[in-house]
Design a protein around this ligand. Structure first.
Ligand code: GTP
Ligand code: MG
Length: 199
């Protein structure tokens, strides 16, 4: 189903729970390594050019950013993990901030775990996946930068992903490109399904 985004508003920039939205709408979280394309993913979902700030320099996003879409639900952009040039103390602080959100947030409806389709999933991607599973969250893996992988390598990359996360047939993942809009419809469908499900 096509989703028409009429309204986008960055309503909350949070580092702690008291700064989260208070209107009790469903929230969809984007997680993944730094530079994987979380902010670009949000921009393509909302069909805006650079509303969520993107950068070729990793480590751009440093807060929990709540984007209210059509006054109906939130997309939550968070700092990426695994960026070595962000110092250890800051990395630790950002990690705890995301962990606190994931562990406690009742409005959290679904998580999109973004990984770079060009590479073998990294250890910290698998750790994040297992962490999310442990908290019983509904997870969809999004393989970004699909446009950058040549056709003759796609089968190999698919297998690397399935093996790394031990995915079964029903655990689907989505090929995504913020450049070509590939995967956008599938994401809209998943969001719509979640919005139409009780709690
Ligand atoms: P942090 O905020 O540092 O965690 O990064 P991020 O995950 O938000 O990544 P961001 O969206 O800023 O994208 C990082 C870089 O990858 C930018 O230069 C984007 O233009 C590029 N990029 C993101 N998605 C795609 C994609 O699907 N295809 C291509 N070719 N480039 C992409
Ligand atoms: Mg970002």
């Amino acid at each position: 189903m096509e989703m028409k985004v009429d309204n986008v508003e960055l309503t909350n920039i949070a580092v702690r729970q008291s700064q989260y939205p208070e209107d009790n709408k469903k929230e969809f979280l984007l997680v993944g390594r730094s530079n994987v394309g979380k902010s670009s993913f949000i921009n393509s979902i909302i069909a805006r050019k650079n509303y969520a700030r993107t950068s070729s320099k990793p480590g751009k996003t440093q807060t929990l950013n709540f984007y209210l879409i059509n006054n109906m639900f939130y997309l939550v952009d968070v700092p990426g993990y695994g960026y070595a040039a962000v110092n250890k103390t800051t990395q630790k602080k950002l990690g705890l901030m995301i962990e606190e959100y994931i562990k406690n947030r009742e409005n959290l409806t679904k998580v999109f775990l973004l990984i770079d389709y060009r590479h073998k999933p990294m250890e910290d991607d698998v750790i994040m996946y297992d962490f999310l599973k442990y908290y019983n969250l509904d997870i969809t893996i999004i393989a970004t930068k699909y446009d950058k992988v040549p056709n003759n390598q796609k089968q190999k990359q698919d297998k690397l992903i399935k093996d790394a996360f031990k995915l079964s047939e029903e655990d689907s993942f989505i090929h995504f490109s913020s450049l070509t809009k590939k995967g956008r419809e599938e994401v809209y469908n998943l969001i719509n399904d979640s919005l139409n499900t009780e709690n």
